[in-house]
Design a protein. Structure first.
Length: 78
């Protein structure tokens, strides 16, 4: 099965509370804008770890490259 931006969107949204989530990609390389209150008080690496946890084994098996911007709702409203 080919990984699509829609699949990645569903994986992330099912595993992480998001107030905004946008995923783009070509089947190999993906970018995601992820806004979640769970990121509050967390360093960037901790935020990415939360996303990786939501993706689980899919990060190793299905998704070859994922570039993410992770923001809290307050940062997103800026």
């Amino acid at each position: 099965m080919t990984t699509t931006p829609e699949l990645i969107h569903s994986y992330i949204s099912n595993g992480l509370e998001c107030t905004h989530l946008h995923v783009e990609g070509d089947g190999q390389h993906f970018t995601a804008m992820i806004v979640s209150p769970a990121f509050a008080g967390k360093r960037p690496i901790q935020r990415h770890q939360l996303v990786y946890a939501a993706l689980g084994d899919r990060m190793r098996e299905e998704i070859h490259a994922l570039s993410m911007k992770t923001l809290t709702p307050e940062e997103y409203r800026g």
